[in-house]
Ligand binder design. Structure first.
Ligand code: UTP
Length: 297
């Protein structure tokens, strides 16, 4: 059995340029799907997977993220006095135990690999998870929990993998696959943002990882890769030749790319429709506005 994963890194220091001007003064991770910010979905998924130490890699302009997890005496008092127990429970579900969250600063957005490396002193010599909050995954079981369970058997390094259309491979890290055992795939190679004709498959890495501390050592030596950024993919790929212990994990669930406008809007609709208090009204509205357009096409 591999060592249990209890620490997770949340790299949230990116500039979020695809959501400008909104992200000029607000972290992308605070954008809400229905009524919960993206970061709350990520934290809930990590908690379900048994994570107890939450490490945020933040940057200038992200202080709303830090405030979000504080307790709020005034809100608590107001809701208690008004007898709004449901809302009080909702509020308390955002509270985190003292000391459970650490914030590390990335001084310049030098890429995902660099952001993860910034957290190295808090990881030490144990496996750790990385969660990108803008990948929101809706599934029968939280994605990271599926991966932690699989990792308990395999150890090593594991990346969440999903098929993407061939013409989209150049937006992702793409896997070169060896043997498969159910949802577990042995990885022979990884390439960041390949040209369509050079991609070894259409199986893409998305924002959930379980990594060995060796990846942090690889990152210490890393030089800028695709797009001039320090790439996490390159540091994981090094482990294929070092230890041969890199797996792709085909998770069960639907992934929404909430870092893109289209993905974020799709997630908003899907999560809205999954809420019993909103479903009917929203479905009716969508049918209403979609019908004349479909008929007109
Ligand atoms: P993205 O590629 O989505 O970049 O980063 P971004 O800056 O957030 O958004 P756009 O592309 O400008 O719209 C993927 C993840 O890696 C983090 C981001 O915060 C996001 O969670 N990241 C990226 C960092 O923490 N630091 C970096 O230097 C780059």
């Amino acid at each position: 059995m591999a060592r249990r994963v209890t620490k997770a890194i949340f790299p949230v220091a990116g500039l979020g340029t695809r959501f400008l001007p909104a992200t000029k003064a607000m972290p992308k991770e605070m954008m809400t799907l229905v009524d919960r910010p993206l970061i709350q979905y990520a934290i809930d998924e990590a908690r379900a997977a048994g994570i107890t130490d939450f490490i945020f890699v933040t940057a200038k302009g992200k202080s709303a993220l830090e405030d979000y997890f504080d307790t709020s005496a005034e809100l608590e008092r107001t809701l208690t006095e008004a007898g709004k127990t449901d809302l009080l429970e909702t509020l308390k579900s955002t509270y985190m135990p003292s000391g459970a969250i650490a914030y590390i600063r990335q001084h310049r957005a030098m890429g995902l690999g660099h952001a993860v490396w910034c957290a190295r002193r808090l990881i030490g010599d144990e496996p750790f998870a990385v969660i990108l909050p803008d990948d929101v995954i809706d599934g029968p079981k939280p994605c990271l929990q599926q991966m932690v369970e699989a990792h308990a058997e395999t150890g090593g390094n594991m990346v969440a993998a999903m098929e993407v259309p061939r013409d989209k491979v150049s937006a992702y890290g793409i896997l070169d696959l060896g043997s498969a055992n159910g949802s577990l795939l042995r990885v022979r190679g990884m390439v960041e943002k390949p040209a369509t004709e050079e991609a070894p498959s259409n199986l893409a890495v998305i924002g959930r990882y379980i990594l060995s501390p060796q990846v942090l050592t690889n990152l210490s030596r890393a030089e800028a890769g695709a797009g001039g950024e320090i790439q996490l993919t390159d540091a994981i790929a090094e482990e294929i030749s070092n230890s041969g212990n890199v797996y792709g994990f085909r998770f069960e669930g639907h992934r929404f790319d909430c870092g893109s406008k289209a993905g974020f809007l799709q997630a908003t609709i899907a999560f809205g429709l999954s809420r019993p208090d909103l479903r009917e009204e929203l479905a009716e509205y969508i049918t209403d506005i979609a019908t004349p357009r479909i008929a007109a096409q």
